[in-house]
Design a binder for this molecule. Structure first.
Ligand code: PRT
Ligand code: MG
Length: 219
C-alpha cells in the first residue's frame, strides 16, 4: 500500500506491545499474528491501512522522528534520553509504569558519600537523566554508559551507583542493592511524527481520541 495512505505504528516487543494491544483493540485494530511466535518485523492488522512495526524500545522515538513510523509507543525514560525532537507527544498512556532510581550496594553509605562531596562513579543506560539529576543535586559524577545489566556494575566494582528502572524492586533485592533516590516516575507515551500528523490528520486524530478514551476507562 502507498506510504501516504498506510498508518505505521512503531512498538517494541514485550511489555509495551502487550500493554498497547488493548488500546489498539479499542480502536478496532488487531495485530494478525503473535510477534513472539514470528520472526517478522512488519505486522498487518485487521485494518488494511494500519500496520505495526517492531523495533528496539530505544529506537521507537527515532523511527517516529524520521517518519519510519507515523506514531509509536515509548517509555518516558526513552523519550527523555532521546530528547523528543520532531515528536508530538499527545498522550500519557499510563502503561508500563515504573520509576527511574539511584541504587547502590547494601553496604555502601550513599548519604555519607554525598555529604562529604565524594565524586561518584555512576553506571547507567540513562546518561541524560542521570547527568541532569546529579547536576541539580550538586553531586559530581563520572558517568559510565552501559547498555544492559546495570545491576552488575556496583557488584563488580565498576561503579558506586547505578541509575536504572525499578518496578517491584525484586531485581535490586536479588542483587543485594538498595534504592537510595527516586528520580522520576515513568509510564509509556504515544508519540506522533509532526509531519504525519498534518498529512494523515484525520486518522491519526481518531487513534489519539480512541486511545485517550481507553486510558480514561483503565484508570
Ligand atoms: O530489553 P531491550 O534491551 O530490548 O530494551 P528495553 O529494556 O529498553 O525494553 P523493555 O521492553 O524491557 O522496556 C521497555 C520499557 O518498559 C522501558 O523503557 C520502560 O519505560 C518500561 N518498563 C516498565 C520497564 C520496567 N517497567 C522494568 N521493570 N523496563 C524495564 N524494567 C526492568 C528494569 O530495567 C530492571 O532490570 O526490570 C527490572 C526491574 O524490575 P523489578 O520489578 O525487579 O524492579
Ligand atoms: Mg529489557
Amino acid at each position: 500500500m502507498d506510504k501516504n495512505t498506510m498508518i505505521t505504528l512503531a512498538l517494541s516487543k514485550g511489555r509495551i506491545f502487550d500493554e498497547t494491544l488493548p488500546l489498539l483493540a479499542a480502536a478496532g485494530i488487531e495485530v494478525l499474528e503473535d510477534p513472539e511466535k514470528s520472526r517478522k518485523l512488519i505486522f498487518p492488522t485487521t485494518q488494511p491501512d494500519v500496520q505495526v512495526v517492531l523495533v528496539r524500545a530505544t529506537d521507537v522515538p527515532t523511527y517516529v522522528q524520521y517518519g519510519g513510523a507515523d506514531a509509536g509507543v515509548t517509555g518516558k525514560d526513552t523519550l527523555l534520553e532521546h530528547g523528543g525532537s520532531g515528536l508530538f507527544q499527545p498522550l500519557d498512556l499510563q502503561i508500563a509504569k515504573c520509576r527511574v532510581s539511584v541504587a547502590v550496594r547494601n553496604d555502601f553509605d550513599y548519604e555519607q558519600a554525598v555529604k562529604r562531596g565524594a565524586r561518584l562513579r555512576v553506571a547507567t543506560k540513562y546518561t541524560e537523566i542521570a547527568r541532569e539529576f546529579f547536576a541539580n543535586k550538586g553531586v559530581h559524577v563520572d558517568l559510565i554508559k552501559l547498555y544492559g545489566s546495570m545491576e552488575l556494575a556496583p557488584l563488580t566494582g565498576l561503579a558506586d551507583a547505578i541509575v536504572d528502572l525499578v518496578s517491584t524492586g525484586n531485581t535490586l533485592k536479588a542483587n543485594n542493592l538498595k534504592e537510595v533516590e527516586h528520580i522520576i516516575d515513568i509510564s509509556s507515551h504515544l508519540v506522533v511524527n509532526q509531519a504525519a500528523l498534518k498529512l494523515k490528520q484525520q486518522r491519526l486524530r481518531h487513534i489519539i481520541d480512541v486511545f485517550a478514551a481507553g486510558i480514561a476507562k483503565n484508570n
